[in-house]
Design a protein around this ligand. Structure first.
Ligand code: PLP
Length: 434
């Protein structure tokens, strides 16, 4: 049995020393033990590679290993398959195939977008983004700040929403790029990127969106929204880790991040990860098919999970903008308990979820996202994100609904902050909310 801790007595929240995204270390959640069957509800962290995707990519590992840049027919076949994948990715997001650049991951896309904009507009020195971005943007922007750029992190309100007037005001003449995520990885909050893109276009500022969590979960049509660059990542939509795509609208100024060979029409050097690209193409084709009924089925599962947990556990808050949210995500705060302890006890039942974001779960401090939203200290510590997906079932939701309430009750018994007064306050608040 793993050690269980109550809410730590540290007072003021401090910035985590380094997220695992920054340091490359794995989150220290458990000893590596896990129970079968697995109840996987952490689709925003990563997803299972779909069997259809594995099928499609295998020949490009085993048989068709030619370099797509080579001149013979054996390689040309590989090149054609890469092109097919480009068309499939483009189709999912309403882009032209030549607007898609294959990259290694979402982090590369985010870093590329910022550096490309700054290199393309040498007279402009500022970057505008938000306080709730993934570390792939947050840390890249912070580094630019240390290198002397002006960086603006726009605040959000208690629901994690941006003030669009503030967005407009931030777009001064020296701004090279505005980068706002399409959907938040922790809370699922969806930003109005269409309107934000329009503001950027009006101000003549390049607009990038980190759509790593949005692509495959909600419909995206880039032919209808004013977005210059968009990042997506394969492992969030049932392709393997290590492949992604950056969309760059035709006519947008672009400066490569990685220089080398002439791959990707000179926009990204490096021999293509062919099997990964083929997999991403197939995953996008599957995602396009699943955007209708399948998405609705996941939403119904998520809503039931959330509703039942709220009804059974007093002192539970939903984080984020529930009106504008990804259909698969719920971020719940259980007051007066510690999120990591909840995860460890869920792990005993084979249930996989995440506290804050997967990328900050190695830290015991509340995530920067919840802090930016002003979630109270007693609730931010006890936050758990459930992110569901196509392989989840009703029976799995039932199991979580059965197992979680006694876990919270037990942890609260251990918490020095859980007193008859706080318990009564939680019960009253839950009764008022229902
Ligand atoms: N952006 C968001 C919103 C994410 O959720 C993630 C991963 O969690 C990333 C970027 C980074 O993507 P990758 O893991 O492919 O580098």
């Amino acid at each position: 049995m793993t050690k269980v801790t109550a809410l730590p007595k540290t007072a003021a929240p401090v910035e985590p020393a380094g997220t695992d995204a920054a340091s490359g270390s794995a989150p220290e959640v458990s000893s590596g033990e896990f129970r079968e069957p697995l109840i996987y509800m952490d689709y925003n962290a990563t997803t299972q590679v779909a069997p259809e995707v594995i099928e499609e990519m295998l020949p490009y590992l085993r048989d068709y290993y030619g370099n797509p840049s080579s001149m013979y027919g054996f390689a040309a076949r590989v090149g054609k398959k890469v092109q097919e994948a480009r068309e499939r990715v483009a189709s999912l997001v309403g882009a032209h195939p030549d607007e898609i650049i294959f990259i290694s991951c979402g982090t590369e896309g985010d870093n590329t977008a910022l550096s490309s904009a700054l290199a393309s507009y040498p007279g402009r020195h500022a970057v505008v983004t938000t306080r709730v971005e993934h570390p792939a943007i947050k840390n890249a922007a912070e580094r630019l700040g240390k290198q002397g750029r002006r960086v603006v992190f726009l605040p959000v309100d208690r629901q994690g929403r941006l003030d669009l007037d503030q967005v407009a005001e931030s777009l001064a003449e020296d701004v090279a790029v505005l980068s706002v995520m399409w959907a938040n990885n922790e809370t699922g909050t969806v930003f109005p990127v269409e309107r934000i893109g329009a503001l950027a276009a009006e101000a003549g500022v390049m607009f990038h969106t980190d759509a790593v969590q949005a692509v495959g979960k909600i419909p995206i049509d880039l032919s209808a929204v004013p977005i210059d660059m968009l990042t997506l990542s394969g492992h969030k939509l049932h392709a393997p880790k290590g492949v992604g795509a950056l969309y760059v609208r035709r006519g947008t100024r672009f400066a490569p991040f990685m220089v080398g060979g002439h791959q990707e029409r000179g926009r990204r050097g490096g021999t293509e990860n062919v099997a990964g690209i083929v997999a991403l193409g197939k995953a996008c084709e599957l995602a396009e098919r699943r955007l209708g009924e399948e998405r609705e089925r996941v939403r119904v599962l998520r809503d039931r999970l959330e509703r039942e947990l709220l009804a059974r556990i007093p002192g539970t808050l939903v984080n984020g903008d529930v009106e504008n949210r990804l259909p698969n995500t719920t971020s719940l705060s259980f007051e007066y308990v510690e999120g990591e302890s909840i995860l460890l006890m869920l792990n005993e039942h084979g249930i996989c979820a995440s506290s804050g974001s997967a990328c900050t779960s190695g830290s015991l401090e509340p995530s920067h996202v919840l802090r930016a939203m002003g979630v109270p200290f007693t609730a931010a510590h006890g936050s758990v994100r459930f992110s569901l997906g196509v392989y989840n079932t009703d029976a799995e939701v039932d199991l979580v609904v059965e197992k979680l309430p006694p876990i919270i009750a037990r942890l609260r018994e251990l918490s020095p902050f859980w007193t008859p007064e706080t318990a009564a306050a939680c019960t009253r608040a839950s009764a008022d909310a229902s």
